[in-house]
Structure formats: structure tokens, C-alpha cells
Design a protein around this ligand. Structure first.
Ligand code: SAM
Length: 294
């Protein structure tokens, strides 16, 4: 199916909400989208500015022509496998709504386990400094600052366009005064020390990127995915910088892909001992908890 086909099919069938939803779901299914009916509903709700749950009760309602045109455009984008969050420009993470652009990784629910692990390690009664290496949209740092009113943080990324998104998110989500964003190749241009460090570095083996779902392989920034030939390049670069800025007694939470052993060995070699491993929502090991001896 060419990209124009879903647009034409949805526009032609869009006299009522029920007809528009059915045509859109059929187009998304034909394009291989995993949850075509759900995405069709969420995109129409976005288009009309209403709650998605209400649409099912309105099958006979006419769809205004301008909304039908907008909806057809959104469905065409999703049928081209642009992720839903990138089509609507927003992603929910830790109960907060983050702006998402092509410059940043689409935040994953699995990464919320880093925030949980950081909260378990944090002393809420005293001021803390948090560094987030490879901040992207800022989702990890901003989620943590939203929970720790005495904390302040630094989001670090080598991509200036990602930092601009993170800054906007921090302002909009009410933590802008406690967050700074710094352009740096990992820790190279970062001054000072932190009590807590977060990082979700790129860890996909380069040779595996093309086999991932089109939503990931085509739309997440390559810089956010590419972990080199063995998936460990970023850990090797990050580990000494992270060890150098983590205060004695500090804790680092680092996301991993599959096998914890490779990253854990890299951090052990710079004096960061493995204190635990947290699982993601699917029960897979996803977060290393690393301690710097006091
Ligand atoms: C997997 S994404 C994580 C984004 C965000 N923290 C999240 O969890 O959604 C990795 C991030 O690391 C950044 N990055 C890649 N190489 C880097 C480097 N050498 N120095 C700093 N940041 C880097 C990328 O730009 C990207 O934003």
C-alpha cells in the first residue's frame, strides 16, 4: 500500500465517526500496525480533542470535513509506521506528558524501572544532585525531580536538538528551575559531582537495528540506539566518566539490553559495584543498581 492510500481510504469513508474508525483501522491493519483499532481510536480522539473512550459511543455522529482531512493525514503517517507518540508529538511517562520530536528517543515504559530504583535509593530528607547521562527527552531526570522536591539535576546529551526538547519538557512539567541541560560527550564537559546518576545509553547491537520494528529502526534517532558491534560501546565510554563524578556512597542506575554481565563487568572495572538488578514490566532484567563505596 502506498502512503497515499490510507489517506484516501479514510477521507472517502469518513462520513461518520464509526465509518472513519473502521476505515482507519483497516488501513492500519493492512500496513502491519500491531494494534490498529486502538491506534485508530487514539488518533481520532487526538484529532477531535476528546477522550478516546467516548468515541465508541458515537458511531453515528457525523465527522466534520476538516477533522476528516486532519484524521486522514494522521492515519497516513501511522500507516507509514511512524510511532503513535511521534504522530501526536507526546508520550506519557511516569504519569507525565512529554513532548517527543524526531530528535529524541520515544520514551519506553520499561525505563520507568530506573526511576523506581532511583527513588528506592534516594534519601528524600536531604538535597540531592542527580546527573542523567544521555537525557534525550529528559524523561528520567524530570520524572525523578517531580518526585524529589529537594533534588536538582543535570541532563547531559551530545545532541543539542535533544537538549532543547528536554529543556522544554522540564519547564512545562514544573521542574525547570531545578534542572540544567548540558551538551557533552558523556562526562567530558560536565563539572561537579552527583549523589545519584541515571543513564539509559544506546545499547542495541549495530547489526540488529535494521531487524527491529520499523517504528524503532526508522524513527528513533540512530544515536539513541546504536551500541556498536557488541552493544557495549557506550557503556565503555560512559563508565569512567560516571565513576569520576559519582560521590562516595552514591548510586547509579543504568539501563541494560539483555545480558547484565557485560555492562556489570565494565562498571566493576571502574569501581562501581553491582548492588542489584531491577526487572522491567515484562520481568526482564533492565536496570543495574551500582554503588560507589563510601
Ligand atoms: C537510549 S537514548 C535515552 C534517552 C532517554 N534518557 C530515555 O530514556 O528515553 C540515549 C541517549 O544518549 C545520547 N547519547 C548518545 N551518545 C552520546 C554521547 N557520546 N554523549 C552524550 N549523550 C549521548 C543520545 O543522543 C540519546 O539521547
Amino acid at each position: 500500500m502506498t502512503p497515499a492510500a490510507p489517506r484516501a481510504a479514510v477521507a472517502a469513508a469518513a462520513a461518520t465517526i464509526g465509518q472513519a474508525l473502521a476505515a482507519a483501522a483497516a488501513s492500519l491493519k493492512a500496513a502491519g500496525v500491531a494494534e490498529p483499532r486502538l491506534d485508530a481510536r487514539l488518533l481520532l480522539a487526538h484529532c477531535l480533542g476528546v477522550d478516546a473512550g467516548r468515541l465508541l459511543g458515537w458511531p453515528e455522529r457525523p465527522l466534520p470535513a476538516d477533522a476528516a482531512g486532519d484524521y486522514a493525514g494522521l492515519i497516513a503517517a501511522r500507516a507509514a509506521r511512524r510511532p503513535l507518540a511521534r504522530v501526536i508529538g507526546r508520550r506519557e511517562f511516569w504519569g507525565l506528558s512529554f513532548a517527543v520530536t524526531d530528535a529524541v528517543l520515544d520514551p519506553r515504559p520499561d525505563s520507568e524501572c530506573l526511576v523506581e530504583a532511583a527513588l528506592a535509593a534516594a534519601d528524600r530528607a536531604r538535597p540531592l544532585t542527580v546527573f542523567d547521562f544521555g537525557t534525550g527527552s529528559g524523561c528520567l531526570l524530570i520524572a525523578l525531580l517531580s518526585e524529589l522536591p529537594l533534588a536538582e539535576g543535570v541532563g547531559i546529551d551530545c545532541a543539542p536538538a535533544a537538549l532543547a526538547v528536554a529543556r522544554t519538557n522540564a519547564e512545562r512539567l514544573g521542574v525547570g528551575r531545578r534542572a540544567r541541560f548540558v551538551a557533552s560527550d558523556w562526562g567530558e564537559s560536565v563539572g561537579g559531582m552527583c549523589d545519584l546518576a541515571l543513564s539509559n545509553p544506546p545499547y542495541i547491537r549495530r547489526g540488529e537495528i535494521e531487524s527491529l520494528a520499523p517504528e524503532v529502526a526508522r524513527f528513533d534517532p540512530r544515536l539513541a540506539l546504536d551500541g556498536g558491534s557488541d552493544g557495549l560501546t557506550a557503556y565503555r565510554r560512559l563508565a569512567p566518566d560516571l565513576a569520576a563524578c559519582l560521590r562516595p556512597g552514591g548510586v547509579a542506575l543504568v539501563e541494560i539490553g539483555d545480558d547484565p554481565a557485560g555492562p556489570a563487568d565494565i562498571f566493576a572495572a571502574v569501581g562501581l559495584a553491582l548492588a542489584g538488578i531491577r526487572d522491567d514490566l515484562a520481568g526482564r532484567p533492565r536496570c543495574l543498581v551500582l554503588n560507589r563505596a563510601a
